[in-house]
Design a protein around this ligand. Structure first.
Ligand code: DLZ
Ligand code: SF4
Length: 517
């Protein structure tokens, strides 16, 4: 290279050839740096499969970049000179390539944004930070949307995104005459439901090498690498998504909220890990889902439900994250202080629903939406587990979890720690909900129909205990008017029975030992 090159530093979840920092650069005057670093692999003790996925996808992406004509410098974790930090690797890269400056795309997490903001002064060179254009709504657009409103509900944001993208629009009207078909996404699972198998992507040579590395260096982290078969390239991810469109999208809408013991993926697309890494483009997947509906191969409630998650909820939580950080990480509106139970790490509990949700999390670094929200999240909400501990757990255990998406979902949606900024009411539910939406209760030692006592489903007493404990904060919420009216109609004895049963159950929960996460 005749003149000093620019160093383009790409993070492990920025694996898109259309990335802003690449799109604006000249291949002949740039070196792309990808670095596996100890700091990113351990700032929380990520699930082993999550680390394997990120490293393998990074190594495959380096190959894609080279094939696309880029000069790539790839630093492996076990390179003896590896400093262990992103900043350290960028500093070494600048010297190695005699580069004149650094170009990056903004990171997905606030802690890294703080770090990037110092790079220019610390490294003593020009550091250009470009917006992440893989999101459909820029931060500025979201801040402008938020500034004009008192209540920041996803539904109105989603409608704007539908209008902006033209997805599922007939002129200026929503397809089918309604914006949201959520009410048609709530069937429980019938006994004979057949769920198609997930596509598998067995390890190639690159992934096999990564699995050996992760097992040697992170073998004491949560989770298993057995049967690792996640998509690690764009081609894999596109094949996984095509399989979803063909085999599961038509049924996805109806059973979006259903759970069956041992059916770890149900009809879900299971593309969030690949999409959050950058292997799939959100707009393209939403357009493909619409095309299935327009071609008559998928019903509207399925296509709309899927598109709402991708262009509505996903973009909305990302906007809320940047709007509310760093406060979001500290929020604890319900003053929940209980430590995280040990069974979140081991799955060792008699509650069949929770045991199965932790098991799939250990096995797959995945649980589907309703398992996360209405079993794992709901229990943490009702039991009053400290939001920071719950958030850290979710960030550790799921392959798709980066703080921009995980924290608003946990602190805002699941735990109501933000006092209702994201969700108009807490997603609190008793055992009856889990029984309606799953077959878990049939295999449980607790009885979902019993209200109190040692054999009653713990969710039942915990539900009323939660409402009673938080009455001063929640009773004025119109959406909780019915449950609070029921609570007040109960006899003193009934109320005391629930509270006593909940207290006895909570006493039996063993907290996780310090240092798990
Ligand atoms: C999650 C992750 C892991 C495990 N390892 C790396 C790494 O070694 N190098 C890297 O650039 N990125 C890694 N990542 C992804 C980052 O943590 C992610 O970019 C930030 O959390 C921002 O979303
Ligand atoms: Fe879960 Fe209660 Fe059903 Fe057991 S009875 S599976 S604890 S909801």
């Amino acid at each position: 290279m005749s003149q000093q090159p620019i160093l383009i530093s790409i993070l492990g979840d920025q694996l898109s050839l259309s990335l802003a920092s690449l799109r604006d650069s000249d291949r002949s005057k740039a070196v792309v740096l990808l670095a596996e670093v100890w700091d990113e692999a351990t700032y929380v003790r990520h699930h082993q499969a999550k680390i394997a996925l990120v490293f393998s996808a990074m190594r495959h992406f380096a190959e894609d970049l080279r094939a696309d004509g880029w000069t790539v410098d790839y630093v492996k974790l076990d390179d003896p000179a590896n400093t262990g930090s992103l900043r350290g690797e960028v500093e070494r890269g600048l010297t190695r390539h005699n580069a004149r400056g650094v170009r990056v795309t903004e990171p997905g997490e606030w802690r890294l944004q703080q770090d990037f903001d110092q790079w220019s002064s610390v490294l003593g060179c020009l550091v250009e930070i470009l917006p992440d254009t893989r999101f459909l709504c820029s931060k500025i657009q979201f801040y402008t949307w938020a500034a004009a409103r008192r209540e920041l509900r996803m539904e109105y944001f989603y409608r704007d995104m539908r209008r902006q993208t033209g997805l599922l629009m007939d002129g200026d009207k929503p397809a089918g005459g309604k914006w949201n078909f959520d009410a048609e996404n709530r069937s429980g699972p019938p006994a004979n439901l057949i769920v198609p198998a997930q596509p598998q992507f067995p390890p190639d040579a690159i992934t096999s090498e990564v699995l050996v590395l992760v097992s040697a260096r992170f073998g004491d982290h949560f989770g298993s690498l057995d049967g690792f078969a996640m998509p690690v390239t764009r081609a894999n991810a596109e094949a996984a998504f095509a399989d979803f469109l063909e085999n599961r999208l038509p049924t996805f809408g109806q059973y979006q909220d259903a759970m069956i013991a041992g059916e770890d993926f149900m009809f879900h697309a299971n593309i969030s890990a690949a999409m959050n890494l950058g292997l799939l483009d959100p707009l393209a997947v939403a357009q493909a889902a619409e095309a299935e509906y327009r071609a008559g191969r998928a019903p509207l409630n399925a296509a709309e439900g899927f598109i709402r998650q991708v262009i509505g909820w996903r973009e909305y939580v990302r906007g809320m994250y940047w709007l509310d950080m760093p406060g979001m990480a500290q929020a604890n509106a319900l003053n929940a202080q209980r430590p995280l139970p040990e069974f979140y790490w081991t799955g060792d509990t008699d509650m069949a629903c929770l045991a199965d949700c932790v098991r799939t999390t250990l096995d797959n670094a995945y649980a589907h939406h309703i398992q996360r929200l209405m079993v794992l999240g709901n229990f943490a909400l009702l039991a009053g587990i400290a939001p920071k501990q719950v958030a850290e757990w979710f960030l550790v255990v799921y392959a798709d979890a980066y703080e921009w998406v995980e924290l608003p979902n946990v602190a805002g949606m699941a735990l109501h720690a933000d006092g209702g900024r994201l969700a108009s009411k807490p997603y609190a539910a008793s055992g009856a909900y889990i029984n309606r939406m799953s077959n878990y209760c049939r295999g449980c030692r607790y009885d979902v129909k019993q209200k109190v006592g040692p054999d009653a489903c713990p969710f039942n007493a915990l539900y009323w205990d939660f409402l009673a404990r938080n009455e001063a904060k929640l009773a004025r919420n119109m959406r909780l008017a019915n449950p609070y009216a029921t609570w007040r109609r109960m006899s003193d004895e009934q109320r005391a029975g629930y509270r006593d049963s909940a207290a006895r159950f909570l006493e039996t929960i063993k907290p996780a030992p310090a240092g798990w996460a």
